[in-house]
Design a binder for this molecule. Structure first.
Ligand code: ZN
Ligand code: CA
Length: 347
């Protein structure tokens, strides 16, 4: 699409969101840091990992734009489809995984469904369009202003029952932001994606038109870090995942394999630049590792466990000839004399 400025490089707002949370929410940050190094897996997690169950996570997509119809239902559906193939190790481009790492290709066994009901039990298609006067939201504090009604954002649906996705215009050339579990207040928990890096159809940036920004940011939502760990350029502890090779800094665009310029992994096969948690272009990333899957599943069965029993994707059973008084528009307040001609909303 010729009208869109090209983004030179992938930029993820999650490291800044983590840094800012340290100042804004020191207590929560301390817990986050403590949980960063995973302890031994719980019995429940071990049982889950031995099994074949597939988790189904209800999602709501809040489209917060001056014209929210710009992001079509088809675009939303194309994005959910990518998420589902990437989180079930079903992505066709996994054939490109280098031979040396094929055995590390991990299957998250997580699926995502657009919500079938709102938090208060009304039928829904899981897409929430909010018209805003704000042309772009700052990435500050995980783009908090896009999540609050008072600042022109869209209010979260109960984050214990839904994974919230905000699709908006983000300032500062940021493609997306994911909040690690428990680090941000509940109603700010979720994922933010730039509307031109969302899905595979519609008006999209050329290098980010395969829906991988949400794959990446959802990884943060499930407690994954960038392979280089966003630290001080040292090789350890990196992302606290053993099977992603040590890396000191992001690798952009799409280099040829093997990439040996990182001092942390100078010998072949080098760094795993095609990992979903890296900064390569959409058509250049194709896997989570077995170690990342274990870490994400620990977050799923830990802080995000309530999503596993959510009824968010169960359709509402509608009764025939059933209506409820949704609201009374008129009269307002008390009427003590005469008659009224009420104006009400039936649902
Ligand atoms: Zn990231
Ligand atoms: Ca690693």
């Amino acid at each position: 699409f010729s009208g869109l400025p090209a983004l030179a490089q992938r930029t993820c707002g999650t490291p800044l969101a983590i840094t800012q949370a340290q100042k804004a929410y020191p207590k929560r940050f301390a817990i986050y840091r403590r949980n960063l190094r995973l302890g031994p897996p719980s019995e429940a997690l071990k049982k889950y990992q031995r099994g074949t169950a597939i988790a189904v996570i209800p999602v709501v997509v809040h489209i917060v734009l001056k014209d929210p119809t710009v992001v079509t239902d088809a675009q939303v559906q194309s994005q959910i489809a990518v998420l589902n193939t990437d989180y079930s190790a079903d992505n066709a481009d996994s054939v490109k995984i280098p031979q040396v790492w094929k055995s590390l290709f991990g299957d998250m066994r997580i699926q995502f469904c657009l919500a079938e009901r709102t938090p208060d039990g009304n039928p829904s298609d899981g897409i929430d369009r909010v018209t805003t006067a704000v042309s772009s939201f700052s990435e500050d504090n995980a783009a908090v202003l896009g999540k609050l009604a008072a600042s022109g954002g869209a209010v979260a649906w109960d984050p214990t029952r839904y994974m919230n996705i905000w699709v908006c215009n983000i300032a500062d050339n940021v493609l997306g932001i994911g909040t690690p579990p428990g680090l941000y207040p509940a109603d700010e928990d979720g994922v933010v994606v730039l509307y031109t890096a969302f899905g595979t159809v519609g008006t999209l940036l050329p290098d980010y038109n395969l829906g991988r920004t949400l794959t990446h940011e959802t990884g943060h939502y499930f407690n994954l870090l960038h392979p280089w760990g966003d630290g001080d350029g040292t090789c350890s502890p990196g992302d606290d995942v053993d099977d992603t090779p040590p890396e000191s800094a992001p690798v952009y665009d799409c280099p040829s394999f093997p990439y040996l310029k990182d001092p942390c992994s100078p010998a072949s096969p080098g760094v795993m630049f095609m990992n979903f948690m890296g900064y390569a272009n959409d058509d250049c990333m194709d896997l989570f590792t077995v170690g990342q899957v274990a870490r994400a599943q620990a977050a799923l069965l830990g802080p995000h466990a309530s999503l596993l029993t959510s009824d968010g994707c169960q359709p509402v059973i509608l009764a025939n000839l059933d209506a409820a008084l949704g609201s009374i528009s008129s009269p307002a307040g008390k009427i003590c004399t005469g008659g009224v001609s009420p104006v009400v909303t039936l649902r």
